[in-house]
Design a protein. Structure first.
Length: 122
């Protein structure tokens, strides 16, 4: 077997100062061995979804027809609420309209309207 000796010579060029009026070579500053890809760039990510109001946390218990309008009896957690048009519940929901078939709520943080079906007509 023949032995081959290899000698690696590393040349380091260090320039402490350029001569007056000389400019550095732009090719020397560029990365000559950077990664190259011929694939198209990936598509941009989709925009985030618009926030949605949570489902209404109320249960319809009943209603009462008064001279001033309709009063709704709603259940929420362990409470019974009596509400009328224009009332605001916990600073989060406002009752916009009450009819015999539905009540319209506005979820105030997102200003989104949500219906609560009171009864279905056949």
């Amino acid at each position: 077997m023949k032995k081959i000796e290899a000698t690696v010579i590393v040349l380091l060029a260090s320039v402490t100062a350029l001569p007056a009026g000389a400019t550095p070579c732009p090719a020397a500053a560029a990365n000559l061995f950077r990664a190259q890809s011929w694939l198209p760039p990936p598509p941009p990510p989709p925009p985030p979804e618009k926030p949605k109001a949570p489902p209404l946390p109320f249960t319809y218990l009943g209603h009462l027809v008064e001279d001033k309008g309709i009063a709704l009896f709603l259940g929420r957690q362990q409470r019974t609420l009596i509400v009328r048009t224009g009332d605001v519940i916990d600073g989060t929901y406002r009752i916009d309209a009450i009819t015999a078939q539905r009540a319209m709520f506005t979820y105030l943080p997102l200003d989104t309207q949500q219906p609560l079906i009171l009864r279905n007509r056949p």
